[in-house]
Design a protein around this ligand. Structure first.
Ligand SMILES: Cc1cc2nc3c(=O)[nH]c(=O)nc-3n(C[C@H](O)[C@H](O)[C@H](O)COP(=O)(O)O)c2cc1C
Length: 332
């Protein structure tokens, strides 16, 4: 069974991917309830943390019920990364993850995120210094390479392992691809097939159905799947994948009642955590998926995603349940 440091995981664990403005404590808690084996925070700026930027510090909050949880940080300056490790440790996560994959210009232009794929020596030395600076397991999330011509992920992963990285999650795209095209899992399988590799190698990118997860396990031989977009507004995805991997049959999709219950709890946790205004605002992006496919739902959806008042959103959930309690959802 794969392990991250001393954290024992089940066979072919499912990891919730770090996602900015998505992977916050309420959403992570729902994913954990629904079968995620490891959850990650969204990326947090090391520079923000060491300047005590309130927004960055708030991202360090974790609930006991979501463990094991990894806090993901990004940056390219060794000093700031090491100082931020100390701050991160104070929130007592189970894992520290380094983001070497973010393709966004404002991150890359500072040499952070996927920007570091242009300087593999720095990527390795930064990882080494972080590993030496913390008692927690350090994992890395990265992409295949900067561009198609410079893919050296087999060598890079081995070097990261050799400096103490505890597990690696690889998104099967290059920086240049951003999110375009299809994720290519072949180079990730090459990393896994390297006989020198002994840390878990998790695949990421386009695991959007139970069948895709099964292919990643059976055809590509990876140690687990990291799941991002398919879980947005659909935390049930984790259990659906697990059920399919274990039985080759599909779980029924959640009923309207289960969806409304999740949406209510999601919103309530977000309000308790961030206050009404931000709680209402930041859960909006999930509702479209919670209630996907229902015909004539536009009015209620609009109420859910445009109201600033939590009472209105809760009322829309009640109305959704009243009006569509028998709706039969299609499977993903
Ligand atoms: C809204 C959004 C925010 C993201 N934020 C992060 C992030 O903070 N850190 C990170 O490493 N990757 C981030 N990613 C990338 C995902 O973790 C993941 O690598 C990517 O979405 C591919 O996986 P998927 O096909 O399962 O979604 C983000 C992706 C999305 C869609």
């Amino acid at each position: 069974m794969p392990k991250i440091g001393n954290i024992e995981l089940p066979e072919f664990p499912l990891l919730l991917a770090p996602m900015e403005d998505v992977s916050d404590p309420p959403f992570r808690a729902l994913c954990k309830e629904q079968g995620a084996d490891v959850v990650y925070t969204e990326f947090i700026s090391s520079e923000g943390l060491i300047r005590d930027a309130a927004k960055s510090v708030m991202k360090l909050d974790i609930y006991e019920k979501e463990r094991p949880v990894g806090i993901q940080i990004f940056g390219a300056n060794l000093d700031s990364m090491l100082k931020s490790v100390e701050i991160v440790e104070a929130s007592n996560p189970d894992i520290i993850d380094i983001n070497f994959g973010c393709p966004v210009k404002k991150v890359v232009s500072k040499g952070a995120g996927a920007g570091i794929l242009k300087d593999i020596d720095l990527m390795v030395s930064l990882t080494k210094a972080m590993v030496e600076h913390t008692r927690l397991p350090v994992t890395v999330k990265t992409r295949l390479g900067w561009d198609q011509e410079s893919i050296k992920i087999v060598e890079v992963a081995e070097r990261l392992q050799d400096v103490g990285c505890a597990a690696i999650s690889i998104h099967g795209r290059t920086r240049v691809q951003m999110y375009k095209g299809e994720a290519d899992w072949n180079p990730i399988a090459e990393v896994k097939n390297n006989p020198r590799m002994h840390i878990p190698v998790f695949g990421n990118g386009d695991v959007d159905s139970p069948e895709a997860a099964k292919r990643m396990r059976d055809e590509y031989g990876l140690d687990g799947a990291m799941i991002g977009r398919a879980s947005i507004g659909y935390p049930w995805f984790f259990n659906e994948v697990k059920h399919y991997l274990a039985t080759d049959t599909h779980l029924d999709p959640p009923t309207m009642e289960q969806r409304v219950d999740a949406a209510r709890r999601h919103l309530q946790m977000a309000i308790d955590w961030k206050g009404e205004k931000l709680g209402v605002f930041e859960t909006r992006r999930h509702y479209t998926n919670y209630f996907k496919g229902i015909p004539n739902f536009k009015e209620l959806r609009m109420k859910m995603v445009t109201s600033d008042d939590a009472a209105d959103v809760f009322e829309a959930f009640d109305q959704a349940l009243e009006q569509f309690s028998d709706y039969e959802f299609a499977r993903v």
